[in-house]
Design a protein around this ligand. Structure first.
Ligand code: AMP
Ligand code: TRP
Length: 328
């Protein structure tokens, strides 16, 4: 039997190249590896923890769905669905909440960061966010969760909750492991000490940026003192970050890139990096433009995904209800 894996992305802002090299590109590789049963969803309920306009939200959901398809996720190979289409996520989240220690949630880095960024919107959903994420995962008995490094702490909590539930009600859930890429944390192009993040658009290259914009952004990307192009994250964080990105989008190993650019300046390096990023994203952008014209592509995909995900989730939920004894 194939090992099952699941991951999701929140429909909040535009996806950036950090999401791509840390998560989305890996989703596609894992789907195509043939070794896994793959499930990918759009974490719309999670995204409601940040302020939003209803109309805008619908568009953002559609945009992530289109990005999934354009990047190469294939509904024939993967189960691709919308989180809110499967109410079992929310029900399991409630149940897990009753065994989650309050203190553990307060320690979550993402909660602390987001509370700092939006002090006016520290809602309870932001606090209980990792419980819903745990439910998303263990509901499907998955072995792996491909994510970026910022989600590893949430996965630790997921394992803790699975263990706690199992100890209390009998073996019910598998304990999932994160699957990280070689770039689990791409840094901003304007500040190599900050993670590339939607909350700081000035440090992002977006997947929908036009080639001209990508070239400009990379031209302006921060570098380090000295001229050498070497991967040395401590002393040369900016160039190391650009090298990692270059390697990821081109498939050329870092040491070969170091050799190739030894004795050559930043200008040439950046110009080649920009072309590598532009050509990696060109097929994605083209496909996304085409898909936008096909009105029903997203609806059809999500309807099919819902059916498949529902089957697994409903069965598991029946087991959970039986084990806890409080439901029929
Ligand atoms: P989000 O947009 O927060 O839902 O993130 C979607 C996925 O992208 C998650 O798996 C994140 O861990 C991953 N991710 C976000 N930012 C980065 C980054 N700067 N580098 C690598 N992965 C990232
Ligand atoms: N918290 C994840 C993020 O911000 C998104 C997410 C929600 C997720 N549920 C998940 C990722 C389950 C993997 C598995 O990126």
């Amino acid at each position: 039997m194939k090992l099952r894996l699941i991951s999701g992305i929140q429909p909040t802002g535009k996806l950036h190249i950090g999401n791509y090299v840390g998560a989305l590109k890996n989703f596609v590789d894992l789907q195509n590896a043939g070794k896994f049963e793959t499930l990918f969803f759009i974490a719309d309920l999670h995204s409601m923890t940040e302020g939003f306009e209803p109309k805008e939200k619908t568009k953002q959901i559609e945009d992530v769905a289109l990005s999934y398809l354009a990047a190469g996720l294939n509904p024939k190979k993967s189960t691709i669905f919308l989180q809110s289409d499967i109410p079992a996520h929310a029900e399991l989240a409630w149940i897990l909440g009753t065994i989650t220690p309050f203190g553990e949630l307060g320690r979550m880095t993402q909660f602390k960061d987001k509370s700092e960024v939006s002090p006016g919107n520290i809602n309870v959903g932001l606090f209980t966010y990792p419980i819903l994420m745990a439910a998303d995962i263990i509901l499907y008995d998955v072995k792996f969760v491909p994510v970026g490094d910022d989600q590893v702490q949430h996965l630790e909590l997921t394992r803790t909750l699975a263990r706690k539930f199992n100890a209390r009600f009998g073996k019910t859930f598998a304990e999932p492991q994160p699957l990280l890429t070689k770039i689990p944390r791409l840094m901003s192009i304007d500040d190599p000490l900050k993670k590339m993040s939607k909350s700081r658009p000035e440090g992002c290259i977006f997947l929908d940026d036009e080639p001209r914009v990508i070239r400009e952004k990379i031209k302006r990307a921060v570098t380090d003192s000295g001229r050498e192009i070497v991967c040395d994250p401590v002393n040369k964080p900016a160039v190391s970050n650009l090298l990692l990105l270059f390697s990821s989008v081109s498939g050329v190993p870092i040491d070969e890139l170091e050799r190739r650019y030894s004795g050559r300046g930043y200008a040439e390096f950046k110009s080649d990096l920009a072309e590598a990023v532009v050509s990696e994203l060109a097929p994605f952008q083209k496909k996304k433009r085409e898909l936008k014209k096909k009105k029903d592509a997203v609806k059809t995909m999500l309807a099919a995904g819902k059916k498949k995900a529902e089957k697994i989730a409903e069965k598991k939920l029946a087991e959970i209800r039986r084990k806890t004894g409080i439901f029929r």
